[in-house]
Design a protein. Structure first.
Length: 583
């Protein structure tokens, strides 16, 4: 069970992510040295870290020992020296302060509640709430934002759905002392230097080399037969699966088990099922079809997203269920590839090259395939005309008050809400990729999965988000991301030659079986949750939400709803209706 523990000098550090540490500054005042308070660690590049610390390449020191040694040696710069995933807090006697760090992308969760003289922090909101000094009042502004934009996640702006509990974003440091609590950013992916690549093939070779190194290290400490991978029909999961299978084969160990969210084929496979099967067959992998069920989605909808892990919960629940019974203890995911390793340029490359006077690459492509270059420029302009910049929350609110924007939030609540200001994405491809990495959505999902995985003893690692991979991926020249031979993500495709079947490596991603299965399960779950949507079940949250209108929308759901009709109802997960059902 998640809980918080008060810490005093001499106590062992609290181990995350399911627990939290409660620290009184008065209790620690005057304490010298550096003391570990909270640790949720999954370090990579350990041999290099040990060398930098002057230690033998191998030894008995734990990750916690190494973090403590790093902070004692490098102080505020210690987090820059760490590879892998981490969330930790120390008492720093030099500053007379609690100092906490979260890894650059935010793969391990870290939330905290601060009041003068005290900090409670850990990976799980529920654990932080067990401290009697932490109130559980809802953050009405965050709930208003969720019901205006169902895709919004409070974690992306460093908040939660509770007023007293904040979320430390990835690549940030938290300092708590007698003057209060303050955050500052410690990681800037924009700072990765450009590498001297001249050809797409060179980039592919570099990516292949670093992915081999990173994936081999990611599975090195896993006992034989305990490694699994997420395998969809896309490039990212196929790549991670292939590199893991290759690394295990080189060591003469059993292949990883591939888990797919797709349903098992019935009759001739759909294109996405065929892609999954082709990658599994290429490496002789055991393949487990593990699609999320309506029960999985119902569990999310009747949970309480104000305090429970919920991001992509249903698909991961199905995978964890199958992985647990098969003895898998480490899962590798391709999550985060779109943001860097397999970044597509997001239709920004050609306009950026033209704006910056770099006509050569554009002219070369135009001579080779003028039709494609013109088509992509028109597509870019059309998309900009149709979509324009993302509307602000204030604009969405105005639309809702005029009846032009669907929302189930009560009007009087919307009028008084104060919304976060979201930074717009840059228009150059490198800046856009860095913005994606800093945005917070990667950590929201990874943090949620860290908590649900910890409950059943399963870790998830993300090779495509390793800092060594990011350094290569963001070091490429912008023109490398341009569509070539009518294929996007060309450097990444080059890296997978011979490892992933060409039908997958050179094909586009289409997911008919996944989309149809997920939509059916979502619609089924929503119809089942409809009768539960009563003022009594929603309790005090009925103050914010028009329950009657929400229930009517669920009842009116078509037999074959569109994805947006389903997504627009996602806010139900924040209503906590399962609490009444459980009572």
């Amino acid at each position: 069970m998640s809980r918080s523990a008060p810490l005093r000098p001499g106590d062992d550090a609290v181990r995350g992510p399911l627990a939290a540490a409660s620290v009184s500054l008065e209790t620690w005042a005057g304490e010298d040295g550096v003391h570990l308070l909270y640790a949720d660690l999954d370090l990579m590049e350990v041999a290099a870290l040990r060398r930098a610390l002057g230690l033998p390449t191998t030894g008995v020191e734990t990750d916690a020992d190494l973090v403590l040694a790093a902070v004692r040696r490098w102080g505020a710069e210690a987090a820059d020296r760490l590879g892998g995933a981490f969330a930790f807090a120390v008492w720093d006697g030099r500053q007379q302060a609690v100092v906490a760090h979260r890894d650059p992308v935010g793969l391990r969760p870290l939330v905290y509640a601060h009041r003068p003289g005290q900090i409670v922090l850990g990976g799980d909101v529920r654990a932080v709430l067990t401290d009697p000094a932490v109130p559980d009042a809802l953050d009405e502004d965050m709930l208003a934002a969720v019901f205006l934009d169902p895709l919004f996640q409070p974690e992306t702006v460093g908040r939660t759905a509770l007023r007293a509990v904040a979320c430390l974003k990835g690549g940030h440091r938290l300092t708590v002392d007698a003057d209060g609590a303050r955050e500052d950013r410690t990681w800037s992916p924009e700072a990765f230097p450009r590498l001297p690549f001249r050809r797409v093939e060179e980039i592919g070779e570099a990516l292949r080399a670093v992915l081999r190194e990173v994936t081999a290290e990611a599975i090195a400490d896993a006992p034989p037969g305990t490694v699994g991978t997420h395998l969809s029909s896309g490039l990212d999961s196929s790549a991670v699966t292939a590199f893991a299978a290759e690394a295990l084969a080189e060591r003469g160990l059993a292949s990883p088990t591939a888990y797919s969210w797709l349903p098992a084929p019935v009759g001739p496979p759909e294109v996405d099922q065929a892609a999954v099967a082709a990658t599994a067959e290429r490496w002789g992998l055991p393949l487990v079809w593990a699609p999320p069920t309506a029960d999985d989605i119902l569990a999310t909808l009747t949970g309480d997203a104000t305090r429970e892990p919920h991001v992509m919960h249903a698909p991961n629940a199905a995978t964890l269920r199958e992985a647990e019974v098969r003895g898998t203890r480490l899962l590798l995911s391709g999550w985060g590839g779109d943001e860097a390793a397999s970044f597509s340029g997001r239709r920004l490359v050609t306009p950026h090259l033209l704006r910056t006077g770099r006509w050569g690459p554009v002219a070369e492509r135009a001579l080779r395939d003028p039709v494609e270059v013109l088509r992509r420029l028109r597509t870019y302009r059309a998309a900009r005309r149709v979509s324009g910049p993302e509307p602000s929350f204030d604009a969405l609110r105005e639309g809702a008050l005029r009846g032009e924007q669907d929302t189930f939030a009560r009007v009087e609540w919307l009028r008084q809400a104060t919304f976060p200001t979201l930074a717009p994405p840059p228009s150059d491809p490198h800046g856009y990729a860095a913005w994606l990495l800093r945005r917070g959505h990667l950590g929201a999902r990874a943090g949620s999965w860290a908590l649900t995985g910890a409950e059943v003893g399963i870790r998830t690692r993300y090779p495509l988000l390793d800092r060594r991979v990011l350094a290569v991926a963001l070091g490429v020249p912008a023109e490398a991301w341009a569509t070539r031979d009518r294929l996007r993500r060309r450097p990444f495709r080059e890296a997978l030659a011979g490892l992933v079947p060409d039908a997958v490596r050179l094909g586009g991603k289409r997911e008919p079986s996944w989309n149809a299965t997920l939509l059916r399960a979502q619609a089924d779950a929503l119809r089942r949750v409809g009768p539960m949507l009563t003022p009594a079940a929603v309790a005090d949250r009925a103050t914010f939400v028009d329950v009657d209108r929400l229930r009517a929308a669920v009842r009116a759901l078509p037999v074959a709803p569109t994805p947006w009709e389903v997504v627009s109802l996602d806010g139900i997960r924040y209503l906590g209706i399962g609490a009444l059902l459980r009572r």
